[in-house]
Design a protein around this ligand. Structure first.
Ligand SMILES: [Mn+2]
Length: 201
């Protein structure tokens, strides 16, 4: 094993201040206080099902809207993932998962490619306008995946295959992403060096 795959970041803007630390080789321990209750739920699910230890403390202008705080945590989470992955030697690189939550079913595929790309589809009509828990706009689910993938340098495909309840759909999306990411970031003893024919990711 090489260096610990951890990151500890702070980000301050006029809209939010974020502290975030993670350990990619953790056990899924989450300590999340984002001030946005449903987002705490999603980030806790991400930590648990990706076996990433994740601590988040945030303060933001949620009196305007939760948008800035939610997006900014996604940005810092992506930056932390990129930093913790280091040169990506020894990783599986690819991961995929199919995760249900009752009637909802979501497929996620992750490539730790170094090339940011998100393909996201399948949320039912009106999902983006629904206020989950009365405060978390459905459109923020895709926006968080954009923030993570663009800042972490991941290729991510998330496809909602079915679902009716917005809470179920959003949670299944995060769990599927977490499970796929768990596989992709895992250290594979059969991989030596960086798993790319280019020699860099
Ligand atoms: Mn935004």
């Amino acid at each position: 094993m090489t260096a610990p795959r951890t990151a500890d970041l702070r980000r301050e803007t006029s809209e939010s201040s974020i502290e975030l630390s993670l350990d990619l080789d953790g056990t899924g321990v989450a300590d999340i206080e984002s001030t946005v209750p449903f987002y705490d739920h999603l980030l806790t699910a991400f930590a648990k099902h990706s076996l990433t230890d994740l601590r988040v403390r945030a303060k933001g202008d949620i009196e305007i809207d939760v948008h800035h705080t939610v997006e900014d945590i996604g940005i810092v989470l992506g930056q932390a993932i990129r930093q913790a992955l280091g040169d990506k030697s020894g990783i599986s690189r690819f991961g995929d998962a199919l995760v249900p939550l009752d009637e909802a079913l979501v497929q996620a595929v992750v490539d730790i490619s170094g090339r940011p790309f998100l393909v996201h589809s399948g949320e039912p009509a009106g999902f983006e306008y629904h206020l989950i828990g009365g405060h978390f706009t459905g459109s923020m689910v895709r926006h968080v995946f954009e923030a993570i993938t663009f800042n972490a340098g991941l290729t991510v495909h998330v496809t909602v295959l079915g679902g009716r309840d917005p809470h179920h759909i959003a949670e299944a999306e995060f769990k599927a992403f977490a499970r796929a990411f768990r596989q992709a970031k895992a250290l594979d003893p059969l991989v030596s060096g960086i798993p790319s024919t280019k020699g860099a990711l």
